[in-house]
Structures are given as C-alpha cells and as structure tokens.
Write a protein that binds this ligand. Structure first.
Ligand code: DCS
Length: 497
C-alpha cells in the first residue's frame, strides 16, 4: 500500500549539508556584485566612477585578451574539421607541421572523429605523446597507462578525493569519513576546501610562512600532523601547490625532497598540483616536478603514491574554456588503479579537444619545425609580459600604506597582506563581513577592480589579504595600480584611528 506521506518539498535547508558547506570564493559574493555593476554600466553608462569592470579575481587569461597559441589552435581546427586538411582548400592558411600533427592525431582517434567517445583514460596515442613529454621534461620515463586525461584539473581532483573516500570505505567500512583528513596549504586554492567539504572529509591545514616568501616548513607539517592525529583524524594525503596559488612561490628542489621524504615516512599520498609549471618569472627558480624529484631520490614506481595534476588552463596557453588536463598517477597497486579507472569511466571520457590540447602543451613545436619560431615568439612574449606585469603590480602594492607583498615567483597571482585600521575592522564586523571582504567590496564600488578577499583562501587568523591576478593586459596595469593607490589612500584616511 502506498504511504500517504509524500516527500517534503526540497528547500535550501533540506539540501545535502555538504553542498551547503562548500564555498568557492574565486567566484563568490564579490563577483556577483561585479556582475551587477557591469549590467548597470551597460544600462546606464556613466552611472559609476569607472567605465569598465577589471576582473582581477580569476586566472582566466583569454577572457582578459590573451591570445591563444596559433599552432595549438591550427591543430585543433584541423582535427575538428578534417575536410580542410585538403591542402587545396586551406590555401596555405595552416603550417605544414600543424597539418602533419593533425593527421597524426586523427589517426589515433577512434573513427578519426573528435565527436566520438574515447577510452575513459583518454586517447591512447595522446597519452603516449603526453608520457613522452613528461619523460623529456623530467629525464625519467613515464607510462601512458599512468595518465588519466580529464576536463581540466578540477575533475581530476574531484576524482582523487572521491577515490580517497572509496578506498576509505573499502578499508574501514562504516567509519565516518569526516575522520579522514587531507593536508592542505593555507592559504590554498579553494577548490581543495570545496571538494573536501563536498566529500565530507576534514581539511587539515598547514600554514605557509609569509615572512619567508610563503615557505613550506617541514616542522609546521609535523606539528599539524601530530595535532590532527591527536584529534583522531587519519591524514591520508598531502596537497602541495607548486607554483603556489594564491601565494605565487616556487619551491626549491631541496624543499621538495624534504616533502617527499615526509610523505614517505608518514605514509601520505602526495597530491602535487603542478598546473602552473610553465608560469615561472624569476631566473633563480625553476620548476621541478615531484615525480622527477622522487625518482632522483631513488624512489621508484612502487615506493610513493604520487598524483601530479596538469591543466591546459594555465601556463602560456591559458586555454581555460577548452577544459583539458591530465593526472599522472604513480605508486598505487593495480587494484587501486582499477578503482580509479572505474571512476574515470563513469564519466565515459573527457572532451576530445581538451585531450588534444593536453597532448599539444606537453609536445609543442620543436626547433626546425615550420611553426617553431612563431610559436616560441608567442610563448616568450606572453611569459615575459606576465613577468613584467607581476613586477609592476608587486612594486605598486608594496608602496601602499600598511601593505606588504611577496614576489610572484610563479603562477598568476599576488597575495598582499593588508593591515587595516581598527575602525575599518569594526565597521566590517558591524556589517557582518570579513574585513578583507569589506575592503574588496569598497574597492570594487569605487574603482571597478575585482579582487578576491584573502578569507576565501584561508590565512593566519587576524591577518588580512587579497588576491589579485597579474592577468589584465599590460597597458592596463598602470591604471590598475593608480586606481588601487588612490582608493587605498582614501580608505586608510577615512578609517585612520
Ligand atoms: N589547481 C590550481 C592550483 C588552480 O589554480 C586551478 C584553477 C585548478 C587547479 C583547476 O583548473 P582547471 O580545472 O581549469 O584545470 N585556478 C582557478 C583560480 O584560482 N583562478 O581561476 C581558476
């Protein structure tokens, strides 16, 4: 007999509490405010003291005018519409190496069609290319079967966290998952806090040391691990973001060795977010993958569970909207790998254009190829310009009263510390806002500049920061600095104690 009690209607309160707990500041309240202002400006030009909104909140290079790399787009276009591979139709529009590469890629794709599903880990031939690219980068072999192609790095992280919890469920049936901890840097990119919240786990923080340029101290890891274990949390993995987001530091190789040793000793899975590997701006620092570091220490495939994330969204390519990336999964048993494969196959496959791009960024044109010179000029132009923008912004920020800003050695952001007057903090509290969120909202209303408040990334309690991307077009950077400077001075004067 049917029950006469129907299911109560869905309300925000009855949603999965894990969803309610999940926050993602990079597209949070400030961004909604910015979108409203933008609509307002369109409907009523001149209604605000600025003419355009400057989105410095998100690492989305092409939305701010960065041009895609020609070679990559030629190959994509040819793969998507193979009819134009016929030379008589292209009339010299495409370079010989992009035509050759597109033919090679199409031969690897099922049905030679970008509209077909592929193997759930990604097209095998593309994984071969990526593995060869990793081997060339690191000087150690890579196995195409360790590569899982994904729609950007984000789903890869979600898969990994899910996988963590699946393993947990298998191993420790019925133990509540909030007792599982994931070690994350603070400040961190909020995808981590969000996905840990979604999966019902516990974020175990380790603080980066702002005083030493956002250094990662092993003593801090030990202290926090001990504290978490005392609370009964099983810490299962350590997340390292290198180069750092939002902090911009690039780890020294020696420091990476210590981290590898720490994970090995404590039995932690090392989750290496290496999506900014091509974004390095200082000559004294270089990117070293954790895979290379661990192999150079003599650890082989069975010694250390390590997942490395790479994405087509960052680097000099900035192809965020194409949604491509891969994770390289090493050091797991075949049984666990099978489970990861099962999870990947629930999604059938990642999109094929993203897969092609992931293979291209790991295997760009080489010296002697027809595209090489123009490719290199485009890449170098973008990276040099980003380095100059980072420096101009950093210098400008360091001139502001009460603001100190570490160098962006890499990635796409500056994360200055701001010492706000007590009166401003009180004012923010009276409005039930975090002081840095209050500052960011005031800045947006006065200047049209969109920043992300530091509270969205986590920070040492009682300190306040904001994150600013280095991505606005180079000619706009001086205006960003002067608008920010003018606003900041007025704000400080208004709240001077
Ligand atoms: N890891 C880090 C450290 C990131 O900064 C990002 C995106 C990702 C992973 C995921 O990117 P994709 O899914 O596009 O590969 N960065 C966000 C940010 O801070 N600004 O823009 C997006």
């Amino acid at each position: 007999m049917a029950s006469d009690k129907s299911t109560p209607p869905l309300t925000a309160q009855s949603l999965n509490p894990k969803v309610l707990k999940c926050e993602y500041a990079v597209r949070g309240e400030i961004v909604s405010l910015a979108q409203n202002l933008q609509q307002d400006l369109q409907a009523n030009p001149g209604s605000h003291p600025f003419e355009e909104i400057l989105y410095c909140n998100i690492g989305n290079p092409q939305s701010l005018g960065q041009q895609p790399i020609t070679f990559f787009r030629e190959v994509l276009a040819l793969c998507d519409h193979p009819a134009i591979l016929d030379k008589s139709k292209t009339h010299g529009l495409f370079s010989a190496d992009s035509i050759a590469r597109a033919r090679q890629i199409l031969d690897q794709i099922p049905g030679r069609a970008t509209g077909a599903y592929s193997h759930s880990q990604g097209v095998k031939g593309l994984r071969d290319t990526i593995a060869a690219g990793i081997a060339a980068r690191d000087g150690f072999p890579a196995d195409p079967n360790d590569i899982f192609l994904t729609d950007g790095a984000s789903p890869a992280l979600l898969i990994v966290f899910m996988f963590q919890y699946q393993v947990h469920m298998m191993m420790q049936l019925l133990i509540r998952s909030e007792n599982d901890g994931i070690f994350c840097p603070i400040p961190q990119y909020p995808l981590y806090s969000a996905s840990i919240a979604l999966h019902g786990g516990t974020l175990v923080p380790y603080y980066l040391d702002e005083g030493t340029g956002w250094g990662l101290e092993i003593s801090e890891l030990k202290k926090q691990l001990e504290a978490a274990r005392q609370k009964g949390i099983t810490v299962r993995a350590l997340v390292v973001i290198n180069p750092g987001n939002p902090t911009g530091q690039v780890l020294a190789e020696e420091n990476q060795r210590e981290i590898v040793e720490f994970c090995k000793k404590e039995g932690l899975v090392l989750l290496a977010d290496e999506v900014y590997q091509e974004n390095i701006y200082v000559p004294e620092k270089q990117f070293h993958s954790f895979k290379k570091v661990s192999r150079s220490m003599g650890y082989g495939d069975r010694d250390l569970p390590l997942v490395s994330f790479q994405s087509v969204s960052k680097g000099y390519y900035g192809e965020c909207g194409k949604r491509g990336g891969y994770m390289e999964v090493t050091g797991f048993s075949p049984e666990i790998r099978e489970q990861i494969y099962k999870l990947a196959s629930v999604n059938l496959c990642s999109n094929i254009s993203g897969q092609i791009l992931a293979s291209l960024v790991m295997s760009p044109p080489k010296v002697g190829d027809e595209s090489y010179e123009s490719y290199f000029a485009e890449k170098d132009g973008i990276l040099q310009s980003l380095a100059r923008r980072a420096k101009t912004l950093e210098d400008g920020l360091n001139k502001l009263e009460g603001v100190t800003c570490n160098k962006a050695e890499g990635a796409m952001y500056l994360f200055p510390r701001i010492r706000l007057p007590n009166k401003a903090i009180k004012e923010a509290e009276s409005l039930k806002k975090a002081p840095d969120a209050y500052y960011a909202a005031r800045l947006l209303n006065a200047t049209g500049i969109v920043l992300v408040p530091g509270s969205g990334f986590g920070q040492v309690p009682g300190t306040w920061h904001f994150r600013c991307t280095i991505l606005p077009q180079e000619e706009k950077i001086p205006a960003v600095v002067s608008r920010l400077t003018e606003f900041h001075q007025k704000f400080m004067d208004e709240f001077r104690d």
